[in-house]
Ligand binder design. Structure first.
Ligand SMILES: C[S@@+](CC[C@H](N)C(=O)[O-])C[C@H]1O[C@@H](n2cnc3c(N)ncnc32)[C@H](O)[C@@H]1O
Length: 410
């Protein structure tokens, strides 16, 4: 189960050593404070920690979930839990402990975190990284500039977002195609109309547009690695274009667009820039609809701001990053002159997809050890935690179609 080795030579054209080094430094740099004896004892009781080094079990109070843990350093599991999610991610990445059922363990921890207030109170913030909202946009690229092979190990056709799976629970690739088809059918565009895809990833939507439609496409991404990857693929230069830059910068946008899509990119936009982005899109393209798909976290703005310094923003996502509450995003789009014409809750589907990603990644066999094992382990626990957080609706995911109103900007 433990993905301890990755062969960089499999990873395609240009693996980004700089990005890998960045994440390794992040893992090592976080210096947790020591938990007190009282904290250790309280957390052990809440989690119903049983057994002795090296084999432990937990059965958190008020949950029906049991999980096994194998410690490689005595006491490290409990110490890491006392440091919160970041402590758990860090110590797992460094190989301090293992679990034969990491997903089950993450489920138990997510449940414990949701239900057991004392655990939340104990969780000491040990964050020596900057607030996500204050980071630069250029830092976003570090996550996406990691070797493309890392993403190929778990995504299907390099689509790094949710899909409508209800009609096609068995096939993620087919569901993704159906999602793109539905998006374009709803928009009912004339041939040669341009689709503007803000946050274009490794060109999954562009591939669909090129192969299945007569439309034009402009994709914007801040990641040089993704631009280089797309440049190496067979895209029709007459119809499909990729622009490297910040999607908030209107100079990266084409003169005209018949549809704007943002699949899982709004989470990387600073909360203060989001309303401006919607207003600028509305002014530049007054009659164009937006398809917005994003991962959200319920709660008020203050909670969202606090959560913007979390394990995801400290260890996984670089640059500005936040899971904004749905209500907040809808309020901002309303003020910019959009109304909701469709909304789908994709949380269950995204959880299923993230679980498939986790299994694909965790069970991947590889002989040579060229990628630092800590990065592989970090990604394993990130995917397990994402699937369980979505499974318990600690995170949610929405697909929203926004049409411009006749009233315009408020
Ligand atoms: C989670 S990926 C989704 C990729 C793609 N839409 C998909 O569904 O597979 C987020 C994408 O948004 C891009 N992105 C995030 N913030 C950005 C910004 N400020 N400017 C440009 N691109 C950005 C990332 O580079 C990445 O391509």
């Amino acid at each position: 189960m433990s993905p301890s080795s990755y062969k960089l030579s499999e990873f395609g054209a240009s693996p980004s050593d700089e990005s890998q080094q960045f994440f390794l430094d992040r893992i090592r740099q976080v210096q947790p404070r020591q938990a007190t004896q009282l904290e250790l004892a309280t957390v052990a009781r809440i989690l119903q920690l049983r057994g002795r080094y090296p084999s432990l079990t937990i059965h958190p109070l008020a949950t029906n979930q049991t999980a096994k843990i194998e410690e490689h350093i005595e006491g490290e599991f409990l110490r890491s839990i006392c440091r919160g999610a970041i402590g758990v991610f860090r110590s797992y990445s460094l190989g301090h402990w293992d679990s034969s059922d990491l997903y089950g363990l993450m489920q138990a921890l997510v449940k414990a975190d949701i239900r057991l207030t004392p655990l939340r109170l104990i969780r000491p913030a040990f964050r020596n990284t900057s607030r996500a909202d204050n980071r630069t946009y250029a830092e976003v690229a570090l996550h996406y500039d990691l070797p493309v092979g890392l993403f190929q190990r778990f995504t299907f056709d390099l689509t790094y977002s949710a899909a409508f799976m209800r009609a096609n629970p068995g096939s993620i690739a087919e569901s993704t195609r159906m999602t793109y088809q539905t998006v374009l059918q709803r928009a009912d565009l004339r041939p040669r109309t341009t689709v503007l895809d803000l946050g274009s990833g490794w060109g999954a939507f562009a591939r669909y547009i090129q192969n299945a439609t007569p439309l034009h496409y402009v994709g914007v991404t801040i990641s040089p690695g993704q631009i280089a990857w797309c440049a190496s693929k067979q895209f029709d230069p007459g119809r499909i274009h990729f622009v490297e830059g910040n999607l908030c910068d209107s100079r990266t946008w084409p003169r005209q667009a018949g549809l704007i899509t943002m699949f899982e990119s709004i989470e990387h936009i600073r909360s203060r820039d989001r309303p401006l982005l919607f207003r600028e899109l509305r002014m530049r393209y007054p009659s164009t609809s937006i398809v917005l798909q994003f991962t959200a976290r319920e709660g008020n703005l203050a909670q969202a701001r606090n959560l913007s310094r979390s394990v995801a923003t400290d260890l996984i996502f670089t640059g500005p990053s936040q899971f904004p509450p749905l209500r907040q995003v809808l309020k901002e789009t309303r003020s910019a002159g959009y109304k909701v014409s469709h909304i789908d809750d994709l949380t269950a589907e995204y959880s299923h997809m993230a679980l498939s990603w986790y299994h694909r990644f965790a069970t991947h066999e590889s002989a040579d050890d060229h990628l630092d094992p800590a990065i592989g382990r970090l990604w394993t626990i990130y995917l397990a935690a994402t699937a369980s957080a979505l499974g318990q609706r600690a995170l949610t995911n929405y697909h929203v179609v926004l049409d411009p109103t006749t009233k315009g900007l408020k």
